[in-house]
Design a binder for this molecule. Structure first.
Ligand SMILES: CSC[C@H]1O[C@H](OP(=O)(O)O)[C@H](O)[C@@H]1O
Length: 362
């Protein structure tokens, strides 16, 4: 997408072939672009959320493998790199998907051919992500159009966390239908959940909406149910970090509560789902998906900019306050109105998903 009129992706390789990323920790206050030039730097960038978002995590891991193959393309290096990058974050399935893609491609090749092949595949994975998300936008646009026609007016959409272009290589997943609707001249308004504790909504989605000219309000996470009760939300669109073969949706913590509120108020709850985010090996999301537990410091402290323009952390709870910080939750399939995929919209159930992706069945 564009930043001040200049097109960007969240990750790219420059003319010298060096991988560059937007270090999202400093948004919205500073646009910091940094190179990643070693496996260790890719691992830190994923683990510490310089780059985040399921598809972008996968793309970064693919590039991390490609960069490592340029340093050491041995079998041992390939195996170690899969492990080092895989253990950076446990929940988003795209990380494992991308690493498996690279391992399957590289293992049968002689080490001398691995670096070039890995770079080509990393570039492909990024380009595929952009096209998948563009198609999700088109498929989600059809739903927004239907609501706009029924209402003959503004479509109010609530989204949680950041499933925007910053969470992918471009377009975003949940935001792609919103961007397509704006381009189609549909009057859309977005309620942006701040999304405690990392505030990806307040810091990233609000920044995206502002730069793209999308009408929006930032809201606290706890306001969504109230707005739904009062008929102010026409649909919810969220992203996902892992969706199971039966349609259970793992996403940022708090998504489940939004789904419950939507179900209680008859608000359609859609999940923007690129196919690499489907974990076909898992059925029951609540029982089987590993939920990342991050440091309690993300709960007891919050990052922001002070009156002097300095970006830093402030403590919001007493010294030594213990905190729990599960980073994701699972929305059972029965609370999901539909899955907006790159191939179309399908119900969140085994039969519909298998019919949509017959070629991806184990
Ligand atoms: C398009 S997937 C975005 C997905 O990833 C986010 O998690 P995190 O920021 O911790 O990587 C969140 O769950 C978003 O919905």
């Amino acid at each position: 997408m564009k930043i001040d009129g200049k097109p960007y992706r969240s990750i790219w390789h420059d003319a010298a072939g060096t991988v560059q990323i937007i270090d999202q920790r400093w948004l919205p206050h500073e646009l910091r672009i940094v190179p990643l030039q070693s496996r260790a730097e890719f691992a830190v960038a994923i683990r510490d959320m310089w780059v985040r978002g399921a598809p972008l995590i996968g793309a970064a891991a693919a590039w991390g493998m490609a960069v490592q193959m340029e340093h050491d393309a041995s079998d041992a290096s390939l195996a170690e790199t899969w492990q080092v990058l895989h253990e950076t974050r446990p929940t988003a399935i795209n990380l494992r998907w991308a690493l498996n893609e690279m391992r399957s491609l590289l293992t049968p090749l002689p080490p001398s051919q691995r670096a070039a092949a890995a770079r080509r595949r990393a570039i492909e994975i990024c380009d595929e992500d952009v096209e998948i998300n563009r198609r999700i936008g088109e498929n989600g646009l059809a739903i927004i159009r239907q609501i706009a026609a029924r209402k003959n007016g503004r479509v109010n959409i609530l989204t949680h966390c950041n499933a925007g272009w910053l969470a992918t290589v471009d377009w975003g997943t949940a935001t792609s239908p919103i961007y397509h609707a704006l381009a189609a001249g549909i009057d859309v308004h977005v309620f942006v959940d701040e999304t405690r504790p990392r505030n990806q909504g307040a810091q990233l989605t609000a920044w995206e909406m502002n730069h793209h000219g999308v009408s929006h309000d930032l809201i606290v996470d706890n306001a969504g149910g109230h707005l739904m009760q009062h008929g102010e939300v026409d649909m919810v669109i969220v992203g996902t970090d892992r969706t199971t073969s039966q349609g259970d949706v793992c996403n940022k913590i708090g998504t489940y509560l939004k789904a419950l509120a939507a179900h209680a108020n008859g608000v359609p709850f859609y999940v923007a789902l690129p196919s690499p985010t489907i974990d076909w090996t898992v059925k029951d999301g609540v029982k089987e998906i590993p939920i990342e537990e991050r440091t309690g410091a993300e709960v007891t402290h919050v990052q922001g900019r002070d009156a002097q323009g300095k970006v830093g952390l402030v403590q919001i709870s007493p010294d030594g306050t213990p905190a729990r910080n599960p980073a994701f939750d699972v929305t059972p399939a029965h609370l999901v109105t539909g899955l907006i995929t790159e191939r179309g919209v399908c119900s969140a159930n085994t039969t519909a998903m298998a019919a949509m992706f017959p070629d991806l069945q184990g």
